[in-house]
Design a protein around this ligand. Structure first.
Ligand code: IPM
Ligand code: MN
Length: 350
C-alpha cells in the first residue's frame, strides 16, 4: 500500500499563497512519480484576516495542527497589521506550541552564477545550519519599565540544559551523515558568558560522536568566514537568534532569500516547512515571485516524511533547471512563478 500523509497548507499573506500553490504543483508531480499521496487541508491564517476581523490565531488553533503529519507554510506579514503580532502568533506560535525545536536550514548553492562571492563556486557552498528554535530571547515578551530617560527594555537570553542537549545531539546525528562529518558550534561565549553552557554540552555530547570532528566559533567570526571561506563549513549548530541572522547571510551567498527553505521539526511529530523569505507585499498577486524557496520546503518536508527519493528528485530538478538556465534566477521578477513551477514539475515527473 502506498503511503498517505495529512498535510495542512497555510499560504498566509503576500506572495505566500502563490508560491505555495506553485510548490504544490511540484508535489503533485512527485506524488504521481513516487507513488505516495497527500490529503491537503487549506487553513486561512493570515495577517489580512487579522486586519479584516481582528481574529487572532490561538494556542488552540495551533493544537489543531497535531491532526496532521506536516504543515506547509507560505509567509505571514502585512504592512496594515501591527508589526510582528501575527508573525509571533503564527510562526513563533507553531514553533513553540508544537515544540519544533529544530530549525533545519540548508545553505546550498545550486549554480555558480548565483554565488556573489568573488572566486567562489557553487561547489564551495554546501552546509546545513541547525538552529535551536524554541529558546533564547525568542518567544518571550520581556518587560519595559520606567519612563523618559529611565526607560529600560529587557528580555532574558534563556537556555536550558535539556534544550541545548537535544539540539546539539540532533546536530551531531546529522553531521555524522554529512560529506565531511564536521560540526561547528556558533556562539558568542566570549562576550556572553552564560553561553559557556553551550560549549560544555557540545564537548560532552561530542564524546559520543568520535567520528564527527568539531570546532567552535564566535558568531561574528562565523559571519566573516561564511563570506570568505564557506567551504570550511559542513554542519553548524547554533542558538535561535544567531541562527536567524546567520541563515539570511547564508541565503545571500547562495543567490538571495528567494532560494532558501527551512524545516521546523520535532522528530516524530507534526512538523512545519516554509521558505525563509517573507510575504514580500510589493510582489504579491503579480505572479513573479520565485517559488524556489517554497519548492525547497516541499523537498525538506518529503525528506522528513521518509520520501527521500522524491525529495532528491525535486532538489535535482531545481539544480538542473538553474544550471541549464531554464530557470533564470531566484529573485522576484526573474520569471513567472508558474513557469518555474512547471519546469521543476516536468523534471520531477521524469
Ligand atoms: C525566520 C524569520 C522569523 C524569525 C520572524 C518572522 C519572527 O525571520 O523564520 O527566520 O526571526 O525566526
Ligand atoms: Mn529570519
Amino acid at each position: 500500500m502506498s503511503a498517505s500523509f495529512r498535510l495542512a497548507v497555510i499560504g498566509g499573506d503576500g506572495i505566500g499563497p502563490e508560491v505555495t500553490r506553485a510548490a504544490l504543483r511540484v508535489l503533485d508531480a512527485a506524488e504521481r512519480r513516487f507513488d505516495f499521496s497527500t490529503v491537503r487541508e487549506e487553513l486561512r491564517w493570515s495577517s489580512a484576516r487579522y486586519v479584516d476581523s481582528a481574529s487572532r490565531i490561538t494556542p488552540e488553533d495551533i493544537d489543531g495542527l497535531r491532526a496532521f503529519d506536516a504543515v506547509l507554510f507560505g509567509a505571514i506579514g502585512d504592512p496594515r497589521a501591527p508589526r510582528g503580532v501575527v508573525e509571533r502568533d503564527v510562526i513563533l506560535g507553531m514553533r513553540r506550541r508544537l515544540d519544533l525545536f529544530v530549525n533545519l536550514r540548508p545553505i546550498v548553492a545550486y549554480d555558480d552564477r548565483l554565488v556573489p562571492l568573488k572566486g567562489k563556486r557553487a561547489e564551495d557552498i554546501d552546509l546545513v545550519v541547525v538552529r535551536e528554535n524554541t529558546e533564547d530571547v525568542y518567544g518571550q515578551t520581556g518587560w519595559v519599565t520606567g519612563a523618559g530617560k529611565d526607560e529600560v527594555a529587557e528580555v532574558p537570553m534563556r537556555f536550558t540544559r535539556p534544550g541545548i542537549e537535544r539540539i546539539v545531539r540532533y546536530a551531531f546525528e546529522l553531521a555524522r551523515t554529512r560529506p565531511n562529518r564536521h560540526l561547528t558550534l556558533v556562539d558568542k561565549a566570549n562576550a556572553i558568558p552564560v553561553q559557556e553552557l553551550w560549549r560544555r554540552i557540545f564537548d560532552e555530547i561530542g564524546e559520543d560522536y568520535r567520528e564527527v570532528t568539531r570546532d567552535a566559533m564566535y558568531v561574528d567570526a562565523a559571519c566573516m568566514w561564511l563570506v570568505l571561506k564557506p567551504e570550511q563549513f559542513d554542519t553548524i549548530v547554533t542558538t535561535n537568534l544567531f541562527g536567524d541572522i546567520l541563515t539570511d547571510l547564508g541565503a545571500a551567498i547562495c543567490g538571495g532569500l528567494g532560494v532558501a527553505a527551512s524545516g521546523n521539526i520535532h522528530p516524530g511529530q507534526v512538523s512545519m516547512f516554509e521558505p525563509v523569505h517573507g510575504s514580500a507585499p510589493k510582489y504579491a498577486g503579480k505572479g513573479v515571485a520565485s517559488p524556489i524557496g517554497s519548492i525547497g520546503a516541499v523537498a525538506l518536508m518529503l525528506e522528513y516524511l521518509g520520501q527521500s527519493d522524491a525529495s532528491r528528485a525535486i532538489e535535482d530538478a531545481v539544480r538542473g533547471g538553474l544550471q541549464s538556465g531554464r530557470i533564470k534566477g531566484v529573485e522576484a521578477g526573474s520569471q513567472k512563478t508558474e513557469e518555474v513551477a512547471n519546469i521543476v514539475a516536468m523534471a520531477v515527473a521524469g
